[in-house]
Design a protein around this ligand. Structure first.
Ligand code: WAQ
Ligand code: MG
Length: 594
């Protein structure tokens, strides 16, 4: 757990209190918290402040408390509300509820609460104009995405802290927000009882009364607890995050009912086309693509390839993109928006990084393949919707995502999972269908692939539920605003996918080469544990890696030196990618040259 900080805001206008709020947050959240509290101060129903105080400090020891249980009492008028408070207080042994209510006339200008002796109604706060302020408190764990104030959550945190202060036996609260008519009464015994109506809308009256029972000389201890003891409250109900699938469904439904929904259809070949961009007819002559997929670019071959890819991946549907780069960019930026959070592996491919940036979502980077770090970050970064994205096989190191553990972490936190299997398709799994086949587990919510690696063609694709694909057809800009891949290119890919689907022996052949090459390297003292067809041969120094690559070239091998910024500085390597095409003799010669 990173260090916690207390952040407090109070705002006033012409010396009059306007609003106040506070949080206890990890260091990484400090800057955002300050900016969101400043924003809140500047937009308060009471008016514009001319003074805003933002305070950042380290809190003392932190006490963790469980939130008071919550119940809602529905009433329709303030009279009913106050009658109910009278009865609830009476049931707890407080006899003078009516007099307590009338004291709310005096609380309006107070920044803090009135501290009353529960039986004598004597006022015990040292400064009756200010009152006693409960402070240094927040809810434990992630705070929901809402940037707006939640009266309820903040009040529950305060009431929980107040109820555990020594000597405090009850609290009554009415918001001073003119439009917020719900208040509460709280005791340890009653829990937190929300009363839906305590005042008329538009009434600026409000305030808090803390009821105290105990020796007068101990009041100071109570005040110290309220004003100094840092408290984190566990179990505060959170706003329910928005479910990604529900959101996709409702956006699509809205498009449909406005006659704005798009679908992909192959053009009628006998129709006269007046929708293409084939201005000179050359596309028709030479087999080029005539337009984007939603206009004239979809042919039966495109649809066949998409069906074949879906089948290969065991998914409901697939969508073809012009390149793998565009698939990542188009998928991620269509799904996530600025209220969302994307958790992204530190070594993800550039196309994933660009998709994250383009989405406008907040991006939280977790340590490479570190599921514990991912888990910890999911626990502290809230968002309207949350996505986790990882490469399946990392292109520079060849290491493999442990998919079952990854999916379990995503599921535990209700996050949507995206895995890019560019270097996994055709390689990982007995028949090359990727990580889900290899681990015998479910597929991620969305899977990205490319046709330009093991499939030996070109293009990218996304597979997943039909709903996801329908959504992308309508929302994925790199799909919508690009010319469709040409028919020859699609036909090449189609043949290749069908070929691989019917010849799992190809994958076995690749792996015989991978294992043979690994043994050759091990015999030469190079430690390798291949998880894919990619072998990073670590060199370190950039110049040395270039020399090594040139030396290999002089012996007739092409193997690239991978340097900064693709990998960190000082971690240059020779990247060797094995193919089923290599012969044992090739592999032996290369191993000797290394
Ligand atoms: N400590 C003591 N008293 C305070 C504090 C504090 N930290 N903050 C506010 N008060 C006093 C002050 O007199 C305000 O005028 C009054 O309480 C009301 O404060 O479950 O919004 O922040 O939906 O306006 C109740 C939520 C919302 C009910 C209460 O209080 C629900 C609310 P506000
Ligand atoms: Mg208020």
């Amino acid at each position: 757990m990173s260090e916690l900080f207390s952040v407090k805001m109070r705002a006033s206008a012409q010396g009059e209190h306007v609003s106040g709020a506070e949080r206890i947050v990890p260091e990484g959240e400090v800057a955002r918290t300050i900016s969101s509290l400043a924003d809140r101060a500047l937009h308060h129903a009471k008016g514009r402040p001319d003074f805003i105080n933002l305070k950042l400090e380290k809190p003392g020891d932190i006490l963790e408390l469980d939130a008071l249980p919550v119940a809602t009492e529905t009433v329709s008028t303030p009279e009913e509300g106050w009658d109910l408070i009278g009865r609830l207080l009476a049931s707890e042994g407080f006899r003078r509820a009516d007099e307590i209510r009338s004291l709310f006339k005096e609380t309006y200008r107070m920044r803090g609460a009135m501290l009353l002796h529960a039986d004598t109604l004597e006022r015990l706060e040292p400064d009756p104009e200010r009152g006693v302020r409960a402070t240094y408190m927040d809810q434990a764990g992630p705070v929901p995405y809402a940037t707006q104030k939640s009266h309820f959550r903040e009040a529950l945190v305060l009431a929980t802290k107040v109820s555990s202060a020594p000597g405090i036996v009850g609290e009554i609260c009415m918001s001073d927000d003119p439009d917020y008519v719900t208040g509460y009464v709280a005791t340890k015994n009653l829990g937190y009882r929300r009363i839906t109506v305590l005042k008329q809308k538009g009434d600026p009256a409000g305030g808090r009364i803390f009821l105290y029972r105990g020796r007068k000389r101990d009041v100071q201890k109570t005040i110290r607890f309220l004003e100094r003891q840092a408290v984190l409250v566990r179990g505060v109900p959170v706003d329910r995050p928005v479910d990604v699938w529900t959101q996709l469904r409702s956006e699509l439904d809205a498009l449909k009912s406005a006659s704005l929904e798009r679908t992909v259809k192959a053009a009628n070949p006998s129709a006269k086309i007046f929708a293409a961009n084939d201005y000179l007819g050359l596309a028709k002559t030479f087999g080029g693509s005539t337009g984007s997929r939603l206009l004239t670019g979809t042919t039966p071959a495109h649809l066949a390839l998409e069906r074949e890819l879906a089948r290969f991946k065991g998914a409901e549907a697939a969508l073809l993109y012009a390149t793998g780069y565009m698939a990542n960019v188009g998928l991620i930026s269509a799904l996530a928006g600025k209220e969302d959070v994307i958790f992204s592996d530190a070594l993800n491919h550039a196309s994933i990084i660009d998709g994250c940036r383009l989405s406008g979502a907040r991006v939280v980077i977790y340590d490479h393949l570190d599921l514990a770090d991912l888990d910890a970050k999911l626990a502290i970064y809230p968002g309207r919707r949350r996505f986790v994205v990882s490469d399946g096989v990392f292109s520079m190191d060849g290491d493999l995502l442990p998919l079952p553990g990854f999916l379990a972490v995503c599921k535990r936190h209700g996050a949507f999972s995206i895995v890019d299997e560019a270097h996994a398709n055709g390689v990982i799994g007995k028949t090359g269908r990727g990580l889900a086949e290899h681990f015998g587990c479910d597929a991620p919510d969305a899977t990205v692939g490319t046709l330009s690696k093991a499939f030996g063609a070109e293009g990218g694709f996304v597979t997943g539920r039909q709903l996801l694909i329908d959504y992308l057809v309508n929302r994925s800009r790199s799909f919508i605003f690009s010319t469709a891949p040409s028919v020859p290119s699609v036909e090449t890919a189609l043949k290749s996918v069908r070929h691989l689907a019917s010849r799992p022996s190809l994958v076995a052949k690749l792996w015989r080469n991978v294992r043979y090459f690994a043994e050759l390297l091990q015999a030469r003292g190079i430690k390798v544990e291949p998880q894919s067809a990619i072998f990073p041969i670590f060199v370190g120094d950039e110049a040395a890696a270039l020399r090594k690559s040139a030396e290999l070239a002089s012996r007739g091998f092409v193997a690239s030196a991978i340097r900064h910024p693709t990998v960190p500085r000082g971690e240059a390597r020779i990247r060797i990618a094995i193919s089923a095409l290599h012969t044992k003799a090739d592999l032996r010669r290369l191993a000797r040259s290394l």
